[in-house]
Design a protein around this ligand. Sequence first.
Ligand code: SF4
Length: 329
Amino acid sequence: MSALLEIRDLAVHFPRPRRWREPPAVVRAVDGVDLDLRRGESLGLVGESGSGKSTIARTLVGLQRATAGSIRLDGSELTGLDARGWFPFRRRVQMVFQDPYGSLDPRQTVLSILTEPMEIHALRKPRERRLHALELLEAVGLNPHYANRYPHEFSGGQRQRIAIARALTVHPELVICDEPVSALDVSVQAQVLNLLRELQERYDIAYLFISHDLAVVRSLCQRVSVLYLGRVVESAPRDEIFEAPRHPYTQALIAAVPDPTRAAAHPPVLLEGEPPSPTRPPPGCRFHPRCPARALVPDDRCAREEPPLRTDGAARWTCHLEPGSAPEA
Ligand code: SF4
């Protein structure tokens, strides 16, 4: 699989909305992120709310401007493009949003929702657009006879299937899924995840899959990157992340997932408190105010020095602790 998306040192900063008596401040929502995604691959992006996951997604589809750094799609640089320059990449990078109720226009029929992106990108002749829309409805498990219905006539799971079909109408190479199943019932979640898997194989799509639900990420993604306060703290193949997480934050996130077998073997690493404000990230390691392993590092280096990048095969993480000396999850 060749590299499709390369993100280097991406920063997205914006002014904090002014509140009564608060001085102006800059929100460092994303602050030096590197990510790689290969064709046809699924990369999970996890972290607590406020970690920068959704800001990265919005930046990748041009809804938010990068402050610094580089985003390359198939070798082409996206940062710094104006709306016109970005237009061809809008077709290649599509997004599926969390809310299947808010993301579909209630005044449009399903057929109109599915043909509109093809019209915008001048793909196919009008009759072919209709046929392609009907094919995609079938591909996402909906009866093509429903094409003239409106979004309110469908359940949440069916609406998310329509949103997925809409993303696929323009043959994207990358689909960004921002919490696509978190608003759905558990049984419907499994069906939509199966559908995403089938479509990936059929159309060779890469997914950047954003979720706070690690079980969902584990079921769909081949690799996982963990974000904390605007930075990636660990990236590794799925099984390594879930079976032998290296960074104390990843260990704490995984320990919080209910798993009676693992919890019996290893007591969970406790994670206390809330992430600090992205307007004032802590010095040194950003995780140090909450890190249960900080005391294992001499001279309080965690509070003073940026942790080094460590590598082991395909795994990367940032921590002052020597490999193997962190408490097990
Ligand atoms: Fe914890 Fe220190 Fe490692 Fe940061 S660098 S994760 S504070 S041990």
